[in-house]
Design a protein around this ligand. Structure first.
Ligand code: HEC
Length: 448
């Protein structure tokens, strides 16, 4: 008797929960999910090429949405959530995908149109908030010649006093052509630089062996010819990348009164029509001096650990490469960035402790060249002294790979990190701190 009652209650709960999802509506089920997972990119001035903000936007694109979510193309999140989780992880649950399927099958009912939740207040041209200062990058006219362009651009700025930054964000102007940026910052000594704006702002020179010349040309040197301090890798951008920001005291940089960002490689993708770009760099001031500035190492191409075997990828084959780094002193991992180009197929990184325990770092089962994030752990990950960080990259140099730039396939190598998309790279960038007792408990989530 007791059991019958229990079974009926269970059945009732089951029917009720199914009933809820049997007739999903826009206002009740779909809008919250779209606002959370899609609108941050699909809104004006962002990378998604159309808006997903209103019922009409979503209804008119319902079939495309259905296709991209059921094939797990959108939202773009290449890292395997069953291996490790990161801050800002943007995925739909299986239940949510089923809800979208049902909703589209029902012909997109709006539901209670008076109670569609309000569109969230997304900050203009930012993923992370309202910047303290938006510094314009010199607008660039781009020829419609269907060629890639790489520019070296200086973005000088002055502040009323020396202070500290907690985050720097690149806000692309023309999201159709801006592909990626790696940016450094130079800090001038106040009395050694009269005018931060002198020299040319834009050059098509590369910062390789001619670094001194390029610096002279765009006026990066002090007036007496000496080099200012260079802060490497302060701003990085690829479509969808969310600028890194950390809780108070972690990360951050000093800035002087006179400075310049140095966009070492602003990569514009090919365009068939003449067009232009006007991007911004958003800066966010820190309340206090960063107590624990981040440190960085790179493994693989141009990095501190060799690739084995050397990255020479034979045509017509799928091949695997490894790079390993011994960690002599305990460190706390904060943010990691796996990097490969068009032949990338799979990426795996983990650490092996001296006792041969595995610490999972990241697994990307289907490499996607278009989505290369800087992944920040939810809590710092301790790598004990005596561990080895192991990174494995699989490259597909066959014609089965639709992104293969060569047909028939050719031998592809890293060419000393030439960065050309058609050369390869196999790189793992790690931002870390020297380990301190209790680091594993520190959440890296920034409270809003
Ligand atoms: C990180 C930014 C980002 C997020 C988040 C995002 N998108 Fe996209 N989406 C893009 C970009 C950029 C493109 C175009 C380039 C591409 O196809 O990769 C795109 C393309 C699409 C397309 C294909 C359009 C076409 O005409 O082929 C659809 C449909 C789409 N997104 C739907 C969604 C949905 C639904 C969500 C949420 C579940 C979502 N997107 C989340 C950036 C994003």
């Amino acid at each position: 008797m007791k059991y019958t009652y229990f079974a009926i209650t269970l059945a009732a709960i089951f029917l009720y929960s199914c009933g809820n999802n049997l007739s999903p509506t826009y206002s009740h089920d779909i809008a919250p999910l779209i606002y959370r997972s899609c609108s941050p990119c699909h809104r004006p001035n962002q990378v998604g090429h159309f808006n997903l903000l209103t019922y009409e936007d979503v209804r008119l694109n319902a079939n495309k949405i259905l296709y991209t979510v059921t094939n797990k193309l959108m939202p773009p999140w290449p890292a395997d959530p069953h291996y490790t989780e990161f801050i800002g992880q943007n995925i739909l649950s299986d239940q949510e995908i089923i809800t979208i399927e049902k909703w589209v099958a029902l012909n997109c009912p709006v539901g209670d149109s008076l109670h569609i939740p309000p569109i969230p207040d997304f900050p203009l041209r930012s993923f992370i908030g309202i910047p303290d200062l938006s510094i314009p990058v010199k607008p660039i006219a781009l020829k419609g010649n269907s060629m890639d362009q790489f520019l070296l651009i200086k973005v000088p700025f002055e502040l009323p006093t020396d202070t500290f930054l907690r985050a720097v964000e690149f806000a692309p102007g023309n999201t159709k052509v801006v592909h990626h940026v790696n940016g450094d910052m130079v800090r001038f000594e106040y009395d050694k630089k009269k005018n931060v704006f002198d020299g040319e702002l834009v050059s098509n020179m590369k910062l390789d062996s001619t670094i001194g010349l390029a610096y002279q040309k765009i006026g990066i040197l002090h007036d007496d010819g000496t080099y200012p301090t260079l802060v490497k890798s302060i701003v990085n951008y690829l479509p969808g990348v969310i600028a890194q920001q950390y809780p108070n005291g972690i990360g951050g940089w000093k800035v002087n009164r006179k400075n310049a960002f140095l966009l070492a490689d602003l990569h514009y993708g090919p365009s068939e029509i003449d067009t232009w770009d006007s991007s911004y760099i958003n800066i966010f001031f820190a309340k206090e001096k960063p107590k624990r500035p981040l440190q960085e190492f790179q493994m693989g191409t141009l990095g501190v650990s060799p690739i084995v075997p050397p990255l020479v990828i034979p045509p017509g084959k799928v091949s695997t490469y490894r790079t390993e780094l011994f960690i002599p002193k305990a460190i706390s991992l904060v943010t990691i960035n796996p990097h490969m180009h068009l032949l990338g197929k799979r990426f795996l990184a983990y650490a092996l402790t001296a006792e041969k325990d595995t610490i999972r770092l990241i697994h990307i089962p289907r490499w996607n060249f278009n989505w290369q994030y800087f992944y920040t752990f939810k809590k710092m990950v301790k790598i004990p002294a005596g561990s080895t960080i192991c990174v494995e990259g699989v490259f597909d140099n066959t014609i089965e790979n639709p992104l293969n730039p060569f047909n028939p396939p050719q031998t592809v190598r890293d060419n000393n990190g030439s960065m050309k998309t058609t050369d390869e790279m196999f790189q793992f960038i790690v931002n870390y701190l020297p380990y301190e007792e209790g680091d594993e408990q520190i959440s890296l989530e920034v409270k809003k």
